[in-house]
Design a protein. Structure first.
Length: 67
């Protein structure tokens, strides 16, 4: 029995091809993320090889407290 690919709908995402909302699903294939539209068949693979560096600035804790 073939196991179905674990697809996950992206809430609020708009398809760049057909402009429809909540039609994009994301799933993992061979270590990479693939984003596809169930409405028009748009498909895009997202490279996950490099971690986004701008995440570091979001987790910066400002310790500007004076005791
Ligand atoms: Zn689409």
């Amino acid at each position: 029995m073939k196991k179905p690919v674990n697809r996950r709908f992206i809430a609020g995402a708009v398809c760049p091809a057909c402009q429809k909302m909540d039609k994009l699903v994301m799933y993992r294939e061979e270590g990479r993320l693939v984003r596809t539209c169930v409405c028009c068949g748009f498909e895009e693979s997202l490279d996950t090889g490099t971690a986004p560096s701008n995440n570091a600035s979001q987790t910066t804790i400002v310790t500007d407290r004076q005791n």
